[in-house]
Design a protein around this ligand. Sequence first.
Ligand code: CU
Length: 186
Amino acid sequence: MNRPLTKIAALLLAVSPAVATAFVGGTAAAAAPHVVEHMRLITGKMDGKPGWPKITNASWKVHKGDVVTVQLVSFDDGTAPLMGQYMTYANVKGTLNGKELVNGKPVANVSDINIAHTFTVPGLGFNMPIPVAPTGGHVVVTASFVASKTGTFVWHCYAPCGSGTNGMAGAMSTMGWMTGKVTVVG
Ligand SMILES: [Cu+2]
C-alpha cells in the first residue's frame, strides 16, 4: 500500500504542497500559500468613460488560509475626501501589521485630504486607503491579509468618487467599477 500512496503524494505535492501535506499527514506544517492580487485603478478619462474611475480586476478568488497581498497601482490624481461615517476608512484596517505600503513606505493611515479612493472589504475587516497619485503619474499601494474565512465578500470604495449630488452614484454603485467581489473558497 505504501507505493501507490507515495505516488499520489508526489503527484499532489506537484500540484499543491499544502494539499499534499494534509493528505499525507506530514509532520511539518506547510507554509501558508502566498498569493498576490494585482489591481489597477484608472481614471474615467483613461477608460473612456469620464467621471467613472475603475478598479480592475474588480473581482478575484483566493483560498481560505492564503496570505493575500493586494498590490494596487492607482493613476487617479483627483482627491475625494471621506465624509461622515466613512471617515474611519482613512485608517488602514485588517492588514498583517496594521499598515500598508505607499510607494514602499509603511503608513497606518492616509490624511483625509489626500484620499482618492479606498479598497474596503467590510466582511473581511480589510481596508486600504488609496492616496491621490501625482498628476500624470501613479502611486503603488500594497497591503497583506490572511483570508481567514470562506465566502463571497463585496468590496467598496468609500471615497465619494462617483457622480450624483454626494458622489456615491455612477461608478461608486456599479459592480466592476468601484465595487466588486472577493471570493474565498475552502
Ligand atoms: Cu473610488
